[in-house]
Design a protein around this ligand. Sequence first.
Ligand code: UDX
Length: 465
Amino acid sequence: MAIYDEASKALAFKFSDCYGNSLMKISIIGTGYVGLTTGTCFAEVGHEVTCVDNNPEKVKMLLEGKIPIFEPGLEELVKKNVAAGRLKFTTSTEEGVKNGEVVFIAVPTPPQPDGSVDLSFIEKVAREIAVCLTPDLGYRVIVDKSTVPVKTGQKVAETVKRYAAEGCEFGVVSNPEFLREGSAVDDLLNPDRIVFGSNDDHATMIMQKVYEPFVAPVLVTDVESAELIKHAANSFLALKISYINAVGRICEKSGADIEKVAEGIGMDDRIGRKFLNAGLGYGGSCFPKDVKAFIAISESLGYPFDLLKQVEDINEEQRKLFLDKIREKLWVFQDKKVAVLGLAFKQNTDDVRESVAIKLIHDMLAEGADITAYDPQAIETAKTFGQLDGKVTFAEDIYSCVDGAEVLIIATEWPEFANANLSKIKEKMAANLIFDGRNLLDQDAVANAGFEYISIGRPATGSPA
Ligand code: UDX
């Protein structure tokens, strides 16, 4: 493993000598969340980017400057770079392979029922790239950007070699992404680190050039280490969340306050305060899937990763314990008017994949609750992907959501909820009960406004009406 030090700077220097200062021609296969944001940000720093997607509707939409996802800042960047001629969209993989000296694979890697990763999209794209390669195109770097199990790079290399014509030259690289939904553009343009793994010096030099416009520490590893870094990093963050949620349970039993405990723990530089927010647990398209996948990968390599199984269990229990607390107060859910603030799996996104808020709503619906919900961005996705259409009333803002409610539940950490006018909420509600699943509200302020307030890992405040 080589860290970006004097040795790797020398590699970058050699590369500049060979290729001058021209920016790179890059293609991205797959314009989902990762592919679209990555391709757009590469164009933004000056590369010439071709984004390929096999869905003609999507490509048409993107060519018209319409973005299929809500991601702050993305739409503007897509429009700007399309207009500048640096960002193109096509359905043709052949065009992508022809145009891109570097071809990124950014297709889905969904979980299978046993938690292992379905790699059929990766395999298919590897074959498609292979048949588009021709010896006259020259050397191509094939980069895996999708989150994949360790050793996938080897399989991609074998597959491309098997299906490509004689004399085609290529190298395979693993380049995991670390972008967070809701701040993906900033994470990509100002990354805290860039990691790529390659077993081929030529490919390494080209990757240095791809990332030359970015100011960030670069870690160059072998392919397998880069692949593992992604699963290990996400699993560690999930572990941090489950750890603080477990400590929160001890706080509840002992009268301690998880917010103060997290602050005290986080002041240790070796631990850090980030990702120590107790709440309903983690959701989204990455953590649940990646933890499951890492457990399955470890198992297949002969190591049963029991620690991560505990991480999953704690996460699942977190929602159930919260539900128990609400049920204990309400006695029964049947016919209770419940207001839920938050549907997205976290703030600043319309994504409801593995959203704890959506699961909580389904749990309460199953017990007969009458639910009104509001989210600043995720109402449409909650209706369709969250399967809540016709089952829940959707409100246009916080105050119409709580109108007549007997209980208010905060399920997503949108800043808008933290700044809500508590007196106005109190006037609108039919009772004075708030359950805060994200510890967003100030305990004193809620108690002063006359609410009974129950949150996570903190003593309850206010008294029953
Ligand atoms: C994550 C990683 O952060 C990112 O680096 C990786 O590339 C993809 O997966 P993302 O899924 O967009 O990003 O969301 P993130 O901000 O990490 O939050 C994940 C979940 O954890 C959310 O449900 C959030 O509510 C929860 N969370 C986060 C907590 O419960 N407590 C915390 O302290 C932080």
